[in-house]
Design a protein around this ligand. Sequence first.
Ligand code: C5P
Length: 222
Amino acid sequence: MPSDARRIITIDGPAGAGKTSVSRRAAGELGLAYLDTGAMFRAVALRLGQDGHRLAESDIDAALAAVVFSLDGSGADTRLLVDGKPLPDSARTEEVGAMASKLAVLPVVRARLKQAQQALGRTTDLLAEGRDMGTAVFPDAPCKFFLDASAEVRARRRVAQLAALGRPADYAAILAAISRRDDQDRNRAEAPLAAAPDARIIDTSAMTEDAVVAAIVAAARA
Ligand code: C5P
């Protein structure tokens, strides 16, 4: 094994499948740094603004080349820093998620973020969460998971998550937004949302968060 080979676990799945809280907790139990790659796409969305996906490819590339992503801390307390600063809570809204999803179809954005994600994976053992971690970014990771749940369950979870941030949200609007985002993420040409052939698929619809974390930790240790 090359000396810079790191232990990488990947967790992919659609919006609202419970990846973020489950991944953070599993990273804590397994003693790995946690990388939320959705937050990287959201950071890019905030950086480029509402119509960022319409900018010239060369402008997007230049803007992204200047962004420095780093990880601070470890386990469940790992923080993603963008140019040395944590992302604001406003990055977690469904509007920013939709902007991120529009940018995520662009090869120039995917290429820059893939490069940044792989670079982080060379610096530390990592639990990486996203849409294409097991398929495109870390295809050689020995342990991969794909979390899924029905769109209705995912919309209910997102409403609860936003409420916890003090942002009341309308269930029907969130369900429609999640379904649109799913469609866009699953059907894009480059690195579409999909389970890697060697990923363990976990349907979390009827599972508690504790049960999902326990299943991942047990499988990763085995
Ligand atoms: O996971 P999260 O909802 O924060 O991701 C926001 C958007 O970023 C997703 O809808 C998807 O379009 C994009 N994304 C991606 N690849 C990843 C992570 C996120 O395309 N690895």
